[in-house]
Write a protein that binds this ligand. Structure first.
Ligand SMILES: Nc1ncnc2c1ncn2[C@@H]1O[C@H](COP(=O)(O)OP(=O)(O)OP(=O)(O)O)[C@@H](O)[C@H]1O
Ligand SMILES: [Mg+2]
Length: 404
């Protein structure tokens, strides 16, 4: 895919001249006539590079650069100032505003192309997803074991990856006996233990990526160690560091958490944007959920980040949804049906139900759920090349709207 360059200039002739030179070099170009127009459209255009004129009405190129640096999408994008001002003071102003390069007009087409190439080399040297993102961290948690937390985490991580075609991390924090890699049929070549031997300041994004296991869905797994004693090497500050590092590169991180409030679990919960609190429709599970909610209150987690998930892990009559909601004084967000025929063979085969083809009703449920958990920037505007999963979600949404 050609790199995308946004050219900002109020003068139509200058704008055209730059566009012609860039097109000759094979780039895809976009134009904006004002700074405000550029700022409004960068989210939609997602340029790899921005070239801006200085003298423009209302907002000049320096101010535009400053504002682009404050936006998540363009905070780290290369910006070139292209102007007729050629004094050193002007150049300094440009660099101080946050520009990466400064070129004076009139320009030599070959020089512009060469400078653009250099600026873009920086971007293409990094994986496509490193254009500074604030990834969403989704923690899946329950104080009671065996009620589907790992199943939900694996389905949502692979579901999100398939939906948006973006790298999505499944971080296994069940450090003594995690099953995430197994659930996706990934051999445990590398695990958290490989990272944990290093001091926290030595752990960087490249290293985390190298010890992660890639799944065909586009998700990657940071797997739990294969020997329980290795778990001791992993500390809360390492977990927090790994999450903050990865969320700058990936749109979604899903945390599979154990059923405790250990330092590593708390590091996951503290960094979560959303906590899915799972319970089954029975008393012990209800009690565990009530305890967890109490702790969340004590920790001052905002109420709106916690969502209740009712998972029917058994067939016999259980507590009614309303009874649970009344007892916890909260509404249940998602209900998963009892589906042993789907979940149990899924673990044996290492294929989460969300990836079943042709898609089953359970796959649809996870796809819709993944969509509902997605970041606003993924909802709007719709993707230019929608994934098959996205097309299915959109068709179901349209059907539901038509019925209303
Ligand atoms: N809705 C469901 N219907 C039927 N079986 C289910 C359902 N949800 C989960 N299961 C099954 O329940 C078992 C436990 O699920 P899972 O391992 O995801 O739970 P967990 O809470 O992570 O457990 P652990 O305490 O071992 O971490 C698995 O065999 C899974 O396939
Ligand atoms: Mg588990």
């Amino acid at each position: 895919m050609p790199n995308r360059i946004l050219v900002v200039d109020d003068d139509p002739v200058n704008q055209k001249l730059v566009v012609i030179v860039l097109k000759q070099a094979g780039y895809e170009t976009f134009t904006a006539n004002t700074g405000a127009d550029a700022l409004n459209r960068v989210e939609e255009i997602r340029p790899d590079l921005i070239i801006s004129d200085v003298e423009m009405p209302e907002m000049n190129g320096y101010e535009l650069t400053r504002q682009l640096r404050q936006k998540t999408t363009t905070a780290h994008s290369p910006i070139m100032i292209l102007t007729s001002h050629d004094t050193v003071q002007e150049k300094i102003k440009g660099f101080e505003a946050g520009a990466d390069d400064y070129m004076t007009k009139p320009f030599e087409p070959s020089e512009l192309q060469a400078r653009v190439r250099v600026l873009l080399r920086r971007v293409t040297a990094l994986p496509a997803e490193t254009h500074k993102i604030k990834g969403k961290v989704i923690a899946v948690f329950s104080l009671r074991g065996g009620i589907g937390t790992s199943t939900i985490a694996a389905n949502l991580a692979t579901g999100l990856a398939q939906l948006w075609g973006c790298g999505t991390g499944l971080i296994d924090l069940v450090l003594t006996s995690g099953q995430s890699a197994l659930m996706l049929n990934l051999p445990l070549r590398k695990t958290w233990a490989d990272l944990a031997r290093l001091p926290v300041e030595e752990i960087d994004a490249e290293l985390i990526e190298r010890v992660s296991l890639s799944h065909r869905s586009g998700a990657f797994v940071l797997a739990a160690p294969n020997r329980p004693e290795q778990a001791e090497l992993i500390t809360g500050d390492k977990v927090a560091h790994v999450i903050t590092t990865l969320r700058e590169r990936y749109h979604y991180l899903v945390l599979d958490l154990p059923h405790d409030f250990s330092a590593t679990t708390l590091a996951g919960l503290d960094n979560a944007d959303e906590i899915l609190l799972v319970l089954a429709p029975e008393l012990a599970s209800l009690h565990a959920a009530a305890c967890a909610l109490d702790v969340f209150d004590t920790l001052k987690y905002p109420r709106q980040i916690i969502r209740l998930v009712l998972n029917w892990t058994f067939e016999r009559r259980g507590l009614a949804r309303k009874e649970i909601e009344d007892a916890l004084q909260r509404l249940i967000d998602v209900v998963l049906p009892f589906a042993p025929d789907a979940f149990v063979p899924a673990i044996n085969r290492g294929v989460p139900p969300v990836l079943e083809t042709p898609p089953t009703p359970l796959a649809a449920l996870f796809e819709d759920w993944a969509y509902a958990l997605s970041q606003p920037e993924h909802h709007k505007p719709p993707p230019a090349t929608p994934s098959p999963a996205y097309q299915r979600v959109a068709a179901r949404l349209a059907q539901r709207q038509a019925k209303r």
